[in-house]
Design a protein around this ligand. Sequence first.
Ligand code: F2R
Ligand code: MG
Ligand code: MG
Length: 316
Amino acid sequence: MSTVPTLEERFVGSLLGLALGDALGAKHEGGILGGILWVLVGGTRGEKLWWTDDTQMAVGLAESLVECGGLDPDRLARRWADGYETWRGYGHGARKLLARVRQGEDWRSANRSVFPDGSLGNGAAMRAAPLGLFYYADPETLARAAEVAASITHAHPLGVEGGVLIARATALALAEDFEPGAFLAALLAGCRREEFRKRLELARVWLGESPDLRAVSRGLGTAVTAHESAVTAVYAFCRHRTDFMELVKFVVALGGDTDTIGAMAGGIFGARNGVAALPADLLARLEARERIESVARALCASSEAPGHGRSSERAR
Ligand code: F2R
Ligand code: MG
Ligand code: MG
């Protein structure tokens, strides 16, 4: 008999699901060549499941939210810059931008130093789950905080929208009474960009169908850009919302940016189903499982603390 997960179990499930989706997708990111590169940089050494930039930044975000009692964008930018590790495979723009912040530049200028209109990569979306967890009870503050957290590295409106979408999807997945049609409708209601809206509409139509892999990857995308991957993760979760390994297999079979689509979908899946729904044998092999679990518990405790939304006001 399955029991309903507690809020804390869902927080832990979300961050571990994100890390596991990332680690399992990593060796498939970018196809065969990407896999060879991941082996060469050491991401498959031993039995451990090593995660990539997606989890590195998500854990940094979660730890910063706990430490600061909310979103402090200056301290968060610094933490991400200090936590940068080349071998985890960051985006080229993110790598350069974080180097500038490490050298003392303000993120408000660094975030347009590589792409003048800002990055539209999926880097803000891949790490957004902790925001959805922390601010789940306050949708307006959540959207505002997700915008600010995204724009530290992703100033382009599409990069920002990806971060907001995945943060909101994670928060909505915590709801007691979950139904995929209502979930997608709620995401659509808060979504401003046509590039995302048309894909969410398609995902809604597909709830009653089972389109093949080619149709899904053509219709929703599997690329490194936010609008061509974030809705794909949301749809993958809707299609495989109770079986984590089926979800991962689906994401890997779609191809493209598998670690990131896996991280986004895994974070939503864990928020919905809790940690008990994740495969125990794989969790036992996950890099830094205890650290992730511990920050997820702390995030849950701080999210329930009175007035937790206050510090995000600083982020406006
Ligand atoms: N970088 C990778 N994977 C490649 C290497 C992996 C390999 N296994 C290894 O070990 O080396 N993955 C990670 O990057 C993605 C997240 O990227 P993020 O943080 O958004 O970075 P960036 O550089 O800002 O954007 C990514 C690319 O998108 C294009 N782009 C972005 N904004 C653009 C703009 N305004 N105009 C034109 N192009 C733009 C560029 O190609 C960027 O490099 C995740 O997949 C993560 O896993
Ligand atoms: Mg990655
Ligand atoms: Mg990726």
